[in-house]
Design a protein around this ligand. Sequence first.
Ligand code: XMP
Length: 519
Amino acid sequence: MQFQSKKDKILIIDFGSQVTKLIARRVRELGVYSEITTPKELKYLRKFKDIKGIILSGGPSTVTTNKFQTISKDIFKKKIPILGICYGLQLIVKIFGGKVKSSKKRREFGRASLSKKTPSLIIKNFLNKEKIVWMSHEDAVTRLPKNFKKIASTKSSEFTIIENSEEKIYGLQFHPEVTHTENGRQIFKNFLFLICKIKNKWNVAFQKKKLLKQIKDIVKKEKVICALSGGVDSSVVALLINKAIKRNLICIMVDTGLMRKNEFKQTYKIFKYKYKLNVKLIDASKLFLRKLKNISNPERKRKIIGNLFIKVFEKESKKYKNLKFLAQGTLYPDIIESKSSSGSKTSKIKSHHNVGGLPKKMNLKLVEPLKDLFKDEVRILGKSLGLVNSINYKHPFPGPGLAIRILGNITSERVKILQEADYIFINELTKCNLYNKIWQAYAALLPIKTVGVMGDARTYENICLLRAVTSEDGMTADYFSFPKNFIDNIANKIINNVKGINRVVYDITSKPPSTIELE
Ligand code: XMP
């Protein structure tokens, strides 16, 4: 299902940087709609009339070899302001006849001190004399093209900010989109409002009205079904669609028995009685546990759960006649991740949702009203739809649930032990006002037992691992530094209250090299 394209936007061309999504978010945070495209997709783009500015992202390619990722020079003839970041800057220099070299002397990783050489609109209120910026480059510009000026330098890299003000082309060697660059937001403000002269009209509340109308226009009087997990995305989709088409939405909640303690039934009650949605709860917990018996391989667990979920969902949905649409909480990052920077227009959309590969056989049309939004925008939408905070600001939770947090074999006893430990951990985080400072937190059970001593008796019990991370989008993460008194207390609380655990450890790895989940 196609939702209308946006007027007045910033186009971001992705050359494969890890942080391209952050560029899009920074632009949207300033009230301007942004979209990410790939160099290949760009070839198919015919109309540029709504595009008020173009940003070229960073990326792993190098213009110092013969084969590098590029775009047509025509893009620079459209009188649209252009900002190149990192690789984007190097590509501009290459295309306009300057020189870029790979050089050990000039490469920079991490923080660097930037100093101003010439005034420019792009550095207004950003750079007076010196500033700390974040770098990640091997190649560097060694000669500017004709008509370009040097605006700022670092010790290692002379041409860190450059401009051709006549053509409104700007380049930055550093990354203003990452938080390590001090006040990087000002660079985007300058580019958007002083250079592109775009208005800050994008806002999610306005989007809500449009989405409701579009859903009504598309779905009309037909029936829509959705799988409701109680996570933010599926909850917002359910409330939004329900508001648009009322009782023609059917929500199915499949209880796999692998959710957090009490959470699923509470969510069911909220949607059934508070929001009065047409919601059906299927208790499939015994079935899931049976199929997972003696399965310890993480990938097999995921496959079994994904396939079983679809089976249960399909079976239930067959009970409803005249279904036409399936609603999904696909978000913009899911759509972006499905395209590689070298991907073509036809590149496949990865099924990345909690529900796993959704039932294609069911022959339903997809409704994906959140597919242009980032998670924080979905939360704004959720708030405006009256979604309770406990769901709207809930930490992400993986589709396979506790199954991938119980390392080794899954038994109903181990599920219960983990649920209790996790419940204590999450409650303590909330009580100590830490929950909202953390991107994701959970307890897990390791597949080994260790010896302990409780009272006068020797114990041989499970190890509980606690994980809490900060992150912007789950792609990279840092472990959360707990205040000492919190970490001192939590092990005691868990061991004293949960029979079956005699040791608690805290995971202090970041992502990379680890992942957020353990399996
Ligand atoms: P990793 O472990 O890859 O996780 O660092 C990144 C984020 O993705 C979540 N995750 C999943 N979400 N189905 C989901 O819906 C899954 O199979 C799945 N596996 C990981 C994870 O919780 C974290 O937020």
